[in-house]
Design a protein around this ligand. Structure first.
Ligand code: 45D
Length: 325
């Protein structure tokens, strides 16, 4: 029987625990725009008492500089309007430009706005703002998450902001900031070249982790079948080597992957299903924040990766939990 992406998506589904991240984001999405901006400000400053993102490099900030310069020159009211437009995904020139930014440039843009807010150059919260009770509910839900989940909530809300440019095509914005202009992240930790995962000897898996930890995306992608798929957390599968390569260059740079243990089940057709749990660090937070995740691999009988899903774990206990729950 031929492997399909649809059936691959369901491997190990009986071992998965729903993540609280989408539930928290759903609560956030119900807030009105001003409450959303206030929530982000409180959540970010609260988080900042224990962890802070690394300052984005000059090359990355430069991609957002045009917008930041415009915003700095605005009145307080205009600045508030820009932030409301971003949060409500309005169709405005600034909101469109933002929509074309890569994930990491969007984060760098807000990082810089956050710095300007701390300096009092930009108002974090609209003048005369009155907090609604809903903000407290979402903040309390956020406090219950571990740090890896909290930074994922912030990241995903930032990614969703701005006008949705996905239907517009690359030509409608001249300086499209995409994979070819994506600046590199500095690696903070030394790369471990001989990967060891308890219970796993599959060469494609070990080779994948080793390549990713060296930002060697060409080597990682060569381990996939031509029509192979990568499914990042809370996303649809990205299909085909070319699309995966573009995604990796934009979003998988500088990650530190520390798989711990896994299981491998050989199927009658010779394909293998593997589930590995472990910890991933993002270059934004370095060694201070670990994200508990799992990798679910479907390897074809020829030893190539047909499907790989990355899932955020609901709890650290789940790291241990590879069998049915
Ligand atoms: O609105 O094997 C203010 C893949 C207030 C690849 C603010 C992977 C106003 C394959 C404070 C200014 C990539 C899928 C906002 C593995 C306001 C693979 C600012 C997984 C918004 C393992 C807020 C990788 C700010 C993973 C500045 C799981 C927020 C990577 C900044 C996960 C938030 C990476 C930042 C994550 C969050 C990174 C910098 C979750 C970064 C999060």
């Amino acid at each position: 029987m031929a492997l399909t992406i649809q059936s691959a998506q369901t491997i190990f589904s009986n071992t998965q625990v729903p993540s609280p991240i989408p539930a928290t984001i759903a609560l956030f999405a119900q807030l009105n725009v001003d409450d959303q901006l206030a929530y982000l400000w409180y959540a970010y400053t609260e988080m900042g008492k224990t962890i802070t993102p690394a300052a984005p490099g000059a090359a990355r900030l430069q991609l957002a500089e045009g917008l930041l310069t415009q915003i700095k020159q605005m009145s307080r009211e205009e600045q508030t309007k820009v932030m409301r437009d971003l949060a409500s995904r309005a169709d405005t020139p600034i909101s469109r430009s933002y929509g074309f930014f890569s994930v990491n440039t969007k984060l760098a843009f807000w990082y810089e706005l956050g710095e300007l807010m701390k300096q009092g150059i930009i108002t974090p919260i609209p003048v005369g703002y009155q907090m609604s009770p809903g903000v407290k509910v979402v903040l309390e839900a956020t406090q219950k998450l571990d740090q890896g989940q909290q930074i994922t909530v912030l990241r995903n809300t930032v990614v969703d902001m701005g006008f949705d440019t996905s239907e517009l095509g690359p030509s409608s914005y001249p300086k499209a900031d995409k994979a070819d202009t994506e600046p590199a992240f500095q690696r903070t930790t030394p790369v471990i070249s001989s990967v060891k995962i308890d219970g796993i000897t599959e060469p494609a898996v070990l080779g994948y982790i080793e390549a990713m930890n060296a930002d060697n995306f060409d080597a990682a992608i060569a381990l996939f079948t031509n029509e192979g798929a990568l499914q990042p957390p809370f996303q649809k599968p990205i299909v085909g080597q070319k699309a995966i390569a573009k995604y990796m260059r934009e979003e998988a740079q500088g990650l530190n992957m520390m798989p711990q243990k896994g299981i491998c089940e050989v199927q009658p057709d010779g394909s293998k299903q593997l589930k590995i749990t472990g910890v991933v660090q993002t270059p934004w937070f370095g060694v201070t924040v670990g994200m508990n995740i799992s990798w679910r691999f479907l390897i074809n009988p020829e030893g190539k990766i047909f499907f790989l899903a990355i899932d955020m774990l609901a709890s650290p206990q789940e790291l241990m939990n590879l069998r049915q729950v």
